[in-house]
Ligand binder design. Structure first.
Ligand SMILES: C[S@@+](CC[C@H](N)C(=O)[O-])C[C@H]1O[C@@H](n2cnc3c(N)ncnc32)[C@H](O)[C@@H]1O
Length: 206
C-alpha cells in the first residue's frame, strides 16, 4: 500500500496509535469547522443530537462545554469508540453521551429520532453517499436539521493523500445530495477562507 493510500485509509477509519495521532492533529487543524457547527446549535436539555463519525469525540467535548444536551454518536471504528468514550468519560457516565459502532448508510435508529444530526469530515468516506443522506433524513424529526462540515473540494485537491479513498463534492453537488434525499432547504456557509463548508440541510415540517 502506498503511503498516500495508508493515510487516506486512516482518515476514513482511524485505527491504533497512528489513528489516535491523526485524529488529535485534526482537532488542532480544523478548529474553525468544529466552531462552525457548535455556533449553529441551540443547545438545551431536550435537544437530541446524532453525531456521525465522531472520531476521538472532540466535537462532543465542545458541545458539552457550551451546554448540556443528549448526544448519540456512531462511528465505524471501534478504536474511535474507545477514544471518544475516554475523552468524554464524565459525560458518558452521567448519561449525556452514548458512543457506539455504526455506519450512517444503514442505521438502527427509529424514524424521526433526532432534532439535529451533525457530521464533520466524514462524507468523503461513506460507501453509499445517497443512502447515507436518506438515512439521515429518515432519522431526523420533522423540522430537524443536518449540519455537515466538510473541507472544500479545492482544499482537498491540494492534499496529496486525497487522490484516492476520498469522494469530493462541490457546493452544487452538496445541494443536489440534500434535495435528492428529501430536504426542503439546503444552505451553505463558508468556514474560514475556502477552508471548509458548513452544509445545512433542513427537513420540512411535513
Ligand atoms: C476524518 S475522521 C473525522 C472525525 C471527527 N468527525 C472529527 O472531525 O474530529 C472521519 C471519521 O468518520 C468515521 N466514518 C467513516 N465512514 C463512516 C460511516 N459510514 N459511518 C460512520 N462513521 C464513519 C471514521 O471512522 C472516522 O472516525
Amino acid at each position: 500500500m502506498k503511503i498516500s493510500e495508508y493515510i487516506a485509509s486512516q482518515c476514513g477509519n482511524p485505527r491504533g496509535v497512528i489513528g489516535r495521532i491523526m485524529t488529535w492533529s485534526m482537532n488542532r487543524a480544523n478548529n474553525v469547522m468544529y466552531k462552525g457547527i457548535v455556533s449553529e446549535l441551540n443547545i438545551r436539555d431536550s435537544l437530541r443530537i446524532l453525531d456521525i463519525g465522531f472520531g476521538n469525540g472532540y466535537l462532543e467535548k465542545l458541545i458539552m462545554k457550551k451546554g448540556k444536551c443528549n448526544i448519540e454518536g456512531i462511528d465505524i471504528s471501534e478504536d474511535m469508540v474507545n477514544a471518544a468514550t475516554n475523552n468524554n468519560r464524565k459525560y458518558v457516565e452521567d448519561g449525556y453521551i452514548k458512543f457506539g459502532i455504526g455506519d450512517c448508510c444503514s442505521m438502527d435508529y427509529e424514524d424521526e429520532s433526532f432534532d439535529v444530526v451533525t457530521t464533520m469530515n466524514t462524507i468523503y468516506f461513506w460507501n453509499q453517499t445517497d443512502k447515507g443522506m436518506s438515512e439521515i433524513f429518515r432519522v431526523l424529526k420533522p423540522g430537524g436539521v443536518f449540519y455537515n462540515a466538510s473541507l472544500t473540494k479545492e482544499n482537498l485537491d491540494k492534499v496529496f493523500y486525497t487522490k484516492s479513498g476520498f469522494k469530493k463534492f462541490n457546493e452544487d453537488e452538496y445541494k443536489k445530495l440534500g434535495i435528492n434525499a428529501g430536504f426542503t432547504k439546503v444552505d451553505i456557509k463558508p468556514l474560514g477562507n475556502k477552508y471548509g463548508l458548513l452544509v445545512i440541510c433542513e427537513k420540512g415540517l411535513e
